[in-house]
Design a protein around this ligand. Structure first.
Ligand SMILES: [Zn+2]
Ligand SMILES: [Zn+2]
Length: 630
């Protein structure tokens, strides 16, 4: 240990190089000593270049032998990296086999100098909105009373339709803030943020929360970030980047609709909002609320492990509050126009109020399935999805590239494959012709309606996820062609389809009805209004296929020679190596699957791999842990 002259700054350097993913010591020159503070942005010489960095902390001495290079410049003395977020960045980087620099790029918005000029403002206490919206739920009152008492309960929350989950969350947030703690609430997209923002303002009062989304202009976004980092606000509402907001004394983290793909970060190291917030809650001891109309297998797993409790309505209440769902198999079209099943046609004709029709999009890659029972065809070796590139070619696994000879259905023993069917796309024109007295509105693609007016009882055709709410709810909700959604070749297809269906059904009016076109056996979860039951079955399926959250999966993508080399590397014995399989010309993918208890070891092995490649100046490979689709 050498005695450094003056103070030493430990700096997290913004470098893409995995093998240099650790803090580096720099001397603080006398003339900068007043400006360098823990958490501030600096510039330092690194590998011969001037690069950005954050000061992790300051010390009197360095463990480094020899003379330290000086901090070259202080970009700003504003402390933007708090110790908690620095720790979180390390945990998230380790979980996802990434680097701290990559996580910090997601966590801290770019600087906007003028925003720092604003003097810090006063913090505003929230109103006391009460906790009444939690009373309809089993354990609802207990959950919020625990928050009020300063404890940190954890729960999976499945709200009832029309019971304003935004309001329930705002009430829980108010309870936490009144104990002197803060809260972070993440929702999937900017449209959700707008709706939740209005409710938060109404329930908490103005000025209590800040909104953080990537859609804001840089100056506004940085200004909001500073209000949080300076402690002016303790409540943050936003999209996935808000998960890292440096809220002080964090008391509660909330994720709404954690099954939505938008919670999966598309930039390295590809973390998921739910995992980031659970990591944060684990680290800080904050309360947890995973809320949504549907439930993911991941949330169910937390309930099964006893880490989260459940806040749900009892079965009679759910039956009463969710619309009654009739299932029609859609085989009898009768004389109904627009190729609609006659039950659907009749129900729409009979409705006086607004009607919502969810129309699945076409163009998904369809999965192969058994002609008799429609069970998806899966690989005998790894349970991966199976494709057939041409009729005269054998079936081949998309994960491990095994060929499947003499396929027989694991469920019914059938040997005939169902040919992938292209869905019928029913057009707005067809509906207009069939229901000439109704106003037809469409929502989807790049024209998504935020809300529709009840007046004129519109018939709204919406693609999944684009269903607009209507005041008072829809009299009839139709889920068309559910089999088309389920035929998608995607490991999470059952969970994702149910999420889309529950979210659409939640828009029904009290006493409204719903018709789902599909297989009654498959749609029992909707008929029973039982998102927990759907999640439990999904979790059992994941156990069988060793998929997350029961197992942990990593995909490694890169040039085919690199991936071929990695496939032959000696992996720890617990790693199930699947592939390589081509993803695009010249590029291959390897899938690595391990039991959950080995997840950290797998991440370390992949981190090591990335570091070796970076040190050897080899091109990086794309490493994703627990990707939502593969
Ligand atoms: Zn079968
Ligand atoms: Zn396979």
């Amino acid at each position: 240990m050498s005695q450094a002259q003056g103070r030493v700054a430990r700096v997290l350097v913004d470098t893409p190089l995995s093998h240099l993913d650790r803090p580096f010591d720099y001397a603080v020159p006398e003339e900068l000593s007043g400006d360098v503070v823990a958490g501030c942005r600096v510039k330092v010489r690194f590998a011969g270049r001037l690069v950005d960095g954050f000061v992790l902390d300051l010390a009197e001495q360095s463990a480094h032998d020899g003379t330290l290079a000086p901090v070259a410049k202080v970009v700003s003395s504003e402390p933007v990296l708090t110790p908690e977020i620095a720790r979180l960045a390390r945990l998230v980087a380790d979980r996802y086999a990434g680097t701290v620099a990559d996580v910090l790029r997601l966590a801290i918005p770019p600087r906007h100098a003028r925003a720092e000029v604003h003097p810090p403002g006063e913090s505003t206490p929230p109103r006391d909105p009460g906790l009444a919206s939690w009373h309809p739920y089993l354990h609802g009152a207990a959950f919020v009373e625990a928050l009020t008492a300063g404890r940190s309960p954890r729960a999976v929350f499945n709200p009832l339709p029309r019971h304003d989950p935004e309001r329930s969350v705002a009430e829980a947030v108010a309870a936490v803030v009144r104990t002197g703690r803060g809260a972070v609430v993440c929702v999937p997209d900017v449209r959700d943020v707008q709706r939740w923002d209005a409710v938060f303002t109404e329930v908490l009062g103005p000025g209590v929360h800040a909104v953080l989304t990537a859609a804001e202009r840089p100056a506004a976004r940085y200004r909001s970030f500073l209000r949080v980092s300076r402690g002016e606000v303790r409540v943050v509402l936003g999209t996935r980047g808000a998960a890292y907001a440096p809220v002080r004394d964090l008391g509660l983290v909330v994720v709404w609709d954690d099954g939505d793909d938008l919670h999966a970060e598309p930039r390295a190291p590809y973390p998921h909002t739910r995992e980031v917030l659970l990591t944060r809650a684990h680290d800080t001891g904050a309360a947890v609320l995973l809320a949504g109309y549907a439930r993911t297998a991941e949330a169910q797993s937390l309930v099964d492990q006893g880490w989260c409790g459940e806040v749900v309505a009892d079965q009679p209440t759910r039956r009463r509050e969710w619309p009654l769902v009739d299932v029609t198999d859609g085989t009898e079209h009768g004389a109904a126009p627009a190729r609609l099943p006659s039950a659907v046609f009749t129900a729409i004709r009979a409705a006086d109020g607004p009607v919502l029709v969810q129309v699945p999009r076409r163009g998904y890659r369809s999965a192969l399935s058994c002609d008799r029972c429609r069970t998806p065809v899966s690989c005998l070796r790894c349970h991966g999805p199976v494709v057939q590139h041409r009729a005269d070619q054998p079936l081949v696994c998309r994960w491990c590239a095994s060929t499947v000879a003499d396929w027989a259905c694991r469920t019914c023993g059938g040997t005939r494959l169902r040919s992938p069917v292209v869905g019928q796309l029913r057009t707005a024109e067809e509906f207009a012709a069939s229901f000439p007295d109704r106003t037809i509105l469409t929502s989807g693609g790049d024209r998504v309606l935020d809300r529709v007016d009840r007046e004129g009882a519109p018939l709204v055709l919406a693609t999944p996820g684009a269903e607009p709410p209507v005041d008072g709810g829809y009299e009839v909700v139709v889920l068309l062609d559910t089999w088309l959604m389920l035929a998608r070749d995607d490991v999470r297809v059952v969970e994702e389809s149910h999420r889309r269906w529950f979210n659409a059904l939640a828009l029904a009016a009290y006493g409204g009805r719903a018709i789902a076109v599909g297989d009654g056996a498959v749609l029992q979860g909707l008929v029973r209004a039982d998102p927990a039951g759907v999640a439990a079955r999904e979790l059992a399926d994941r156990a069988e296929t060793h998929l997350p959250p029961v197992g942990r999966v990593a995909t490694v993508e890169g040039p085919e020679d690199v991936i071929a080399h990695l496939a032959g590397r000696s992996w720890p014995p617990f790693v199930d190596v699947l592939g390589p399989v081509p993803t695009e010309p010249g590029r291959d993918r390897l899938i690595l699957r391990v039991p959950r208890r080995e997840g950290a070891a797998l991440a370390r092995a992949l981190n090591q791999l990335a570091a070796e490649r970076s040190a050897a100046k080899e091109s990086p490979v794309r490493i994703q842990i627990d990707p939502v689709a593969f």
